[in-house]
Design a protein around this ligand. Structure first.
Ligand SMILES: Nc1ncnc2c1ncn2[C@@H]1O[C@H](COP(=O)(O)OP(=O)(O)OP(=O)(O)O)[C@@H](O)[C@H]1O
Ligand SMILES: [Mg+2]
Length: 299
């Protein structure tokens, strides 16, 4: 097993009364599509900005590719970043924008042109070199931003809600394409979203954040089928949680819910209460989430 590409250790960050990172520790493996999912204000962007070096933690450490980068400035971290707003330069054409990502690479003119064309093919904009960026659609502009961020072959690409300004249909297409770009380049992606479906269908692992902590970090199937807390279960739409009483009787447990009782397998030791989850709706595609129905949520 190789060393992780990123290790966050006990990060703490406070802004006045907000604490977007509380003793936040997390590990991301090389080549993973890793997503941070959580409600607005849970600290997703702050954690991402600390990884990028756009904010510094009050305490804790950030190790990228084996090097302590906690106080290294952003331009020396060898990371790429894509934001919600298409941060492209309106005065440069498409090739100029993508080539901007190569300015520190010391490439010849031919090498630059060939790398730009390779990147444009990767993001589905083959032949767009001399196009004016102001005449591109939102989705196309975001592809230019992605190509530019990938140009210097960053160790990690950080993406903060990059698709949320796009309409539904384009967003779905771009989700599939982003996943494919990630797999074809083998780049580690750290992706921020508050869209549950997006997180579950695109990612290798998902960290669900709440109030500056992550409450569960797991594969999408586990997050959806085995939420570890009521918060995680409730975070998925179409899901109702009912409170139940448990009474352990030997190998079995009697569960009482809304005045009715039933016997269930003994799980989770001597608990006296549980949550019962009903009717969580499975998502669009992928190998996950095909099963419908009821699940017990521990905790
Ligand atoms: N520069 C800042 N100064 C003061 N408070 C900040 C700053 N950046 C973030 N915060 C606060 O930290 C908390 C977490 O913010 P953050 O932007 O990380 O959340 P988020 O999970 O990305 O939310 P959203 O989904 O809305 O983008 C919020 O309460 C926010 O107001
Ligand atoms: Mg944010």
């Amino acid at each position: 097993m190789t060393d992780p590409i990123l290790k966050l250790e006990h990060l703490h960050k406070r802004f006045g009364r907000a604490t977007p990172a509380r003793d936040f520790s997390m590990t991301v493996e090389r080549g993973e599509f890793f997503t941070m999912l959580g409600p607005s204000g849970s600290g997703k962007s702050t954690v991402l900005r600390m990884i990028a070096g756009l904010e510094y933690p009050d305490s804790g450490s950030i190790v990228i590719d084996g090097r302590d980068m906690t106080s290294v400035p952003p331009w020396d971290r060898h990371l790429g970043m894509v934001f919600q707003q298409y941060a492209i330069f309106p005065h440069l054409d498409v090739a100029g924008n993508v080539g901007y990502g190569l300015r520190r690479e010391n490439l010849s003119r031919e090498e630059t042109a060939s790398r730009i064309s390779e990147l444009l093919t990767l993001v589905g904009l083959e032949g767009y070199e001399s196009r004016n960026v102001n005449q591109l659609s939102g989705g196309e502009q975001q592809r230019v931003a992605i190509a530019r961020a990938l140009a210097p072959r960053p160790a990690i690409l950080l993406l903060d809600e990059p698709l949320s300004a796009l309409d539904e249909k384009i967003r779905r297409e771009m989700q599939d394409e982003l996943r494919s770009i990630q797999q074809r380049t083998g780049t580690t992606f750290i992706y921020v979203t508050h869209d549950q479906e997006e997180a579950l269908t695109m990612s290798d692992r998902v960290a669900v954040l709440n109030e500056g902590r992550y409450v569960q970090c797991d594969r999408p199937e586990q997050i959806f089928h085995r939420p570890r807390t009521p918060f995680v279960a409730r975070f998925f739409r179409g899901c109702n949680l009912l409170s139940a009483d448990l009474d352990a009787q030997g190998e079995e447990v009697r569960m009482t819910l809304a005045g009715e009782s039933l016997m269930i397998d003994r799980r989770g030791g001597a608990r006296t209460a549980a949550w019962w989850r009903c009717g969580a709706r499975p998502f669009r595609s992928g190998p996950l989430l095909r099963r419908r129905g009821h699940r017990q949520v521990t905790g």
